[in-house]
Ligand binder design. Sequence first.
Ligand SMILES: C[S@@+](CC[C@H](N)C(=O)[O-])C[C@H]1O[C@@H](n2cnc3c(N)ncnc32)[C@H](O)[C@@H]1O
Length: 247
Amino acid sequence: MSIDTATGEEAPAELSSERVKGIFSSIATKYERFNALSSFGAYRLWLAGMMRQAAIGPDDDVIDIAGGTGDVTFACARAKAPRHIQCTDLVPEMLAVARAHYADGAAGAVPVDFETVDAQDIPYPDASYDALTMAYGIRNMPERERALAEMFRVLRPGGTFTCLEFSTPPNRLWRGLYHFYLRHLIPFWGGLVTGDREGFVYLSRSIKAFPDQEAFAAMLRDAGFVDVAWKNYTGGIAAVHTARKPE
Ligand SMILES: C[S@@+](CC[C@H](N)C(=O)[O-])C[C@H]1O[C@@H](n2cnc3c(N)ncnc32)[C@H](O)[C@@H]1O
């Protein structure tokens, strides 16, 4: 099934794919500045948490899905020093920024390759990677079951999955405040920093429409993953889900 990622309602996949390509190709060079400002720097803490949760070793081949401007790829290179990272994303303009950071030495000695890849149709053979990372990617994908099936397929048996995504604060008061921030302040910040207010109306709506922690965990189990667990950050504004492909 494909959905409109802004509402969660059934809709043709092209609707969300074209919108997401439009948004990220136009904000690519301003994306990092917006992240830092809108989350008051919290995204750095969440990324560090993601790296603590990620079971990635020095001999691992890693694939970063929806790698964007390379934040997760470079954090992984620094924290885990794996054998190789394949940094992939749907939008070439985002990867162009990542490539520039790589040229400036952001990955240290870890070799990284970059390729434009739709996670819903990954062009790599089965069982190619030991570990998969993805931050803020799956929420933007209209065919989520298909994307998770593809991620499961390219992992080797025993391979690990680590996903950072916006989620749902369990506390009602905190959730109310957060949803107010999402609805009223995110479009304001986004418009100010990037000039693309509509892109940030989309961001807010897609966060609210995304399954909560338990529902996303169930999707992972349905895709075949085992040992599914999650850890909340900032009261559940963000969550890191971890899982493993069975041996
Ligand atoms: C919010 S950014 C996250 C980038 C990066 N992971 C980070 O943590 O900064 C979302 C990224 O998902 C990418 N994306 C959206 N749909 C995708 C798809 N179907 N396949 C691969 N990447 C996708 C977008 O191009 C964008 O770069």
